[in-house]
Design a binder for this molecule. Structure first.
Ligand SMILES: Cc1cc2nc3c(=O)[nH]c(=O)nc-3n(C[C@H](O)[C@H](O)[C@H](O)COP(=O)(O)OP(=O)(O)OC[C@H]3O[C@@H](n4cnc5c(N)ncnc54)[C@H](O)[C@@H]3O)c2cc1C
Length: 393
């Protein structure tokens, strides 16, 4: 039995150094001690990243005890929440306060600090990723200081750390921008790609959320649209594709089948062309792949390391079962994604090095400079991030 494993089981660790945090003070003291002793720390969320972001030679911190809604500002529609709060346990208390997240991803199992660490997103051309919703952070730094970063206090730290990759310190709490609670109605259908291509721009524009999964084995797609509604919620909830309920009840799905995943964000106007190139690749060279390809949209944002930084985006995900070696397939997909100016999802698989990432992230150097200023001894980098960082200049 490993002591720690990510969701897919691809990253398994046998380490005696798992630390279960109990308080912010505990986080600050642990960070300072590790820094003094030259040890590395990584904080785990729910372990749903495919990229090796959490594995670490020295200490892995579990922050799930730092959970719950800490305060609610109804006027500004903002809340402070514990960093380890699972997204699924935010829905009901926020809803009780008349509030809701603007959007959510495909599942709601992640810790909020883990989801915002990697730019986790849902779908919707006007909806930004979860990192863009972060308006405040509390972080235990390597110095032992518990720092608060908001739009007015340490604003540059906030700007950099909204998408933090666990590299600034132990995040203990986050402030999120919400909106009034709302209900959603989901509609799904099966379609072929030629039909989808004919109406895709109109469909994207017409709905709050639009997405499809294309299944290569039968060349059909499962299309889903979701829109706001005043209709009353219907319980028990219907199956995925037909739900009508509060946003936190409709947006998340059940994804039990273990897989690995690569996802790239491409400029929105190249989305369909990129998707078609991936489809041709599967039809010609990877006929055995049974896993679907997912197409979603994402609004531009101003989060420094976001894959949607200053550009309207389409995200395309490819999957493979954990029993199969995905390398050839993902390498071939990555070549196509890169030819379409793609940026890889931080929580998923990619094979890019530091210089390449630097070339596609306009704020790369500034992000690293702010990070280095709060963690000069690199207490919060593991070998994966160190590998990306050392080759950056
Ligand atoms: C089945 C499945 C479905 C998914 N669906 C989507 C989707 O729809 N959209 C999407 O964009 N992504 C999706 N993902 C990817 C997932 O949302 C991201 O990888 C996310 O970062 C995982 O969050 P986590 O809580 O599991 O964090 P982890 O994977 O445990 O950690 C992620 C990062 O957060 C850091 N971290 C976590 N907590 C803290 C803390 N308190 N302080 C400092 N650093 C911290 C870690 O160090 C690491 O760098 C999916 C993944 C899976 C397995």
């Amino acid at each position: 039995m490993p002591d720690w494993s990510n969701w897919s089981g691809r990253h398994r660790l046998h380490t005696g150094n798992l630390h279960f945090l109990r308080s912010e003070e505990d986080a600050a003291a642990l960070a300072a001690k590790a820094s003094r002793e030259g040890l590395r720390i990584r904080t785990a969320g729910a372990g749903h990243s495919h990229a090796p972001l959490v594995p670490c030679e020295d200490i892995i911190v579990d922050a799930q005890a730092l959970a719950g809604v800490l305060s609610v500002d109804k006027e500004q529609k903002r809340v402070w929440v514990g960093a380890g709060t699972r997204i699924h346990s935010l829905g009901a208390p926020l809803n009780d306060a008349g509030l809701g997240l603007h959007n959510q991803g495909d599942i709601d199992q992640q810790a909020i600090a883990g989801a915002t660490a990697t730019g986790t997103h849902g779908t919707g051309p006007k909806l930004r990723n979860l990192s863009a919703a972060v308006t405040g952070m509390r972080i235990a730094l390597a110095s032992g200081e518990l720092i608060t970063a908001t739009e007015t206090r340490n604003p540059e730290l906030l700007q950099a750390a909204r998408l933090h990759l666990g590299a600034f310190g132990i995040v203990t709490a986050l402030e999120l921008q919400l909106r009034n609670a709302y209900r959603l109605k989901e509609v799904s259908s099966r379609s072929n790609l030629e039909e989808i291509a004919e109406r895709i721009d109109a469909e994207i524009a017409a709905h709050r959320h639009f997405e499809f999964f294309w299944y290569p084995q039968n060349d059909m797609a499962f299309v889903k649209t979701i829109d706001e509604t005043d209709e009353p919620a219907q319980y028990p909830l219907a199956a995925e594709g037909s739900r009508l309920a509060w946003s936190h009840e409709v947006l998340p799905n059940h994804r039990p089948h273990k897989h690995t995943e690569m996802e790239y964000s491409v400029p929105a106007d190249r989305g369909l062309a990129c998707f078609n190139a991936i489809r041709e690749l599967l039809r010609n060279d990877f006929k055995d792949v049974a896993w679907p390809v997912e197409f979603r949209t994402l609004a531009a944002d101003d989060v420094w390391m976001s894959t949607a930084y200053e550009r309207p985006t389409v995200t395309i995900s490819v999957h493979q079962t954990t029993d199969e070696d995905e390398t050839d397939y993902y390498n071939a997909c990555e070549a196509i994604f890169r030819a379409h100016e793609g940026r890889p999802h931080w929580g998923k698989m990619h094979y890019l090095n530091g210089p390449t990432l630097r070339a596609i992230h306009p704020r790369w150097d500034e992000w690293w400079a702010v990070r280095d200023s709060v963690d000069p001894n690199r207490t919060f980098l593991n070998s994966f991030l160190e590998g990306l960082s050392t080759s950056r200049r």
